[in-house]
Design a protein around this ligand. Structure first.
Ligand code: SER
Length: 475
């Protein structure tokens, strides 16, 4: 299969079409306190999509660092990632559907050499705001996409981000690739899982206002997004993203450290989790925002990633006290420094942060796991109650999600609501001045009393009522 540098090829292609290549914005949004992370390439460009002139002009392209927390619990399968890179090109009131579609087609068929027989597209079928997108369908036909391979779909599929979120939005056209072993059917069935979405071209013409109306934006914009991990795996012929060149060396390093084979299904899930999390950890700690593990917001996500990664390393019998995580982090830094210079600059901070949190968690992990085993043995019924969950959190530093995951593996449930209640009560007590002696794990930061905003909504979702909350595309 084709071996190319997807990111370089993409950027060069769009440069040749008059685009300025801009650097990735930080993974932590700079001017948007409602968002924990950037979840899409367009997110840092919202002011410009709304009409503010961009200093680099009206045609832009980049590789954006993105992070989506709603995929966190799916990590471990072959296609999901927390951190991922999104290739994007934008027209800020410059070109529109014709150029956008024909360039996407040219890039896929000429530069990536994907046969047209393996492509299908969806376009918007229309609603009260805009009519059916026959224009896009006709442009696709003029490029050589057969009528049967064009599906007109509802706003649920072809409106980005969706009809609920506020801000710039619009109908889109999505491009699908046939991953099946058989010849691609003549008629495109979007329900057939062999068709995977690879590129989303959004025609951003509206702003969804607070009052629920959709007003036309100053400009008719284009916002496209193509997931690097998925497309690389497709080009290299893998259905498991972790076998592609993006992950190969990291997985091999984990095999070397653990002395276990990825191909053995007993170990592959743990290896994928470690590979995904170490990359995300490096990207978050390497960001200039200076995020450190904590009990709030991005810091809490970071803590969860590090602790979850350590638990899976333990499952692979890796000596968690050795330098395994430093070796992996160095590998990621080296691999990605070409695009993200801050990783090299913040190298020492990344390594030290990881090490400190590891040492902190390793102190209690073993005991916490033993405690969990003991508790489970004596459990009546299948519910891990709030007191146990809170003890695991408070004494052993187990994020509640970790307890949930441990429980799930044994078909048990956790009283998460009860835990939350208990957590709140405890927080209230410390706010009222109770000194309380906290041991280990998460305890150190909890002494800050009312500074803690341990918010369930904020860490379940990357952002609140703004872009990307729903993480709409299946990337
Ligand atoms: N904003 C769209 C997406 O994330 C296109 O980039 O899918």
């Amino acid at each position: 299969m084709k071996q190319i540098d997807l990111k370089d090829t993409y950027l060069k292609f769009f440069e040749s079409k008059g685009h300025k290549i801009i650097p990735s914005a930080p993974i932590i949004p700079e001017n948007d306190p409602t968002c924990l992370f950037n979840t899409a390439g367009m997110q840092p460009l919202v002011p410009y999509l709304k009409g503010e002139p961009h200093p680099e002009g009206t045609r832009l392209a980049d590789v954006q660092k993105c992070f989506r927390t709603n995929d966190l619990d799916s990590i471990g399968d072959t296609t999901h990632h927390t951190f991922f890179e999104m290739l994007g090109n934008w027209s800020l009131g410059d070109y529109f559907k014709k150029e956008s579609i024909s360039w996407s087609f040219e890039f896929l068929t000429k530069y990536l050499e994907i046969p047209v027989e393996k492509l299908a597209v969806s376009v918007f079928k229309g609603n009260d705001i805009v009519p059916a997108d026959n224009e896009s369908a006709n442009i696709w036909k003029s490029q050589g996409i057969k009528e049967g391979r064009i599906a007109f779909l509802s706003e649920e599929h072809n409106w980005w981000p969706n009809m609920e979120l506020l801000g710039p939005c619009g109908p889109d056209t999505e491009i699908f690739y046939w991953r099946g072993k058989s010849v691609a059917p003549e008629t495109f069935d979007p329900e057939d899982e062999n068709w995977v979405e690879i590129w989303n071209n959004v025609f951003m013409q509206y702003n969804h206002e607070e009052d629920g109306t959709f007003t036309p934006l100053k400009n008719k914009n284009v916002d496209t997004g193509l997931g690097v991990e998925r497309v690389t795996a497709i080009l290299e012929g893998y259905s498991d993203n972790y076998k592609s060149s993006i992950w190969k060396d990291i997985i091999e390093k984990i095999e070397e450290i653990s002395r276990l084979p990825y191909e053995d299904e007993k170990y592959s899930k743990s290896m994928r989790i470690i590979a995904d999390h170490i990359r995300a950890i490096v990207m978050i700690t390497g960001d200039d925002a200076g995020i450190k593990p904590s009990n709030t917001d991005q810091g809490y996500i970071l803590r969860r990633l590090i602790r979850r990664m350590i638990r899976y390393a333990k499952k692979l019998n890796i000596d968690v006290n050795s330098n395994w995580e430093q070796e992996l982090a160095l590998m990621v830094i080296e691999k990605y420094s070409k695009y993200y210079k801050e990783l090299e600059r913040n190298k020492e901070v990344i390594l030290q942060t990881l090490k400190d949190e590891k040492i902190k968690f390793n102190r209690t992990l073993e005991h916490g796991l033993k405690e969990f085993e003991k508790v489970v043995k004596n459990l009546e019924g299948n519910l891990v109650n709030k007191d146990i969950a809170f003890r695991l959190y408070d004494t052993f530093g187990f994020p509640i999600e970790l307890t949930e995951e441990l429980a799930k593996e044994l078909n048990l449930k956790v009283d998460v609501e009860g835990f939350k209640q208990k957590f709140k009560e405890h927080q209230e007590k410390s706010r009222q001045g109770a000194t309380g002696k906290f041991k280990g794990g998460l305890a150190s930061t909890r002494r800050n009393g009312n500074k803690i905003s341990y918010s369930y909504t904020s860490f379940k979702c990357s952002i609140k009522k703004s872009f990307g909350t729903s993480c709409p595309s299946k990337r």
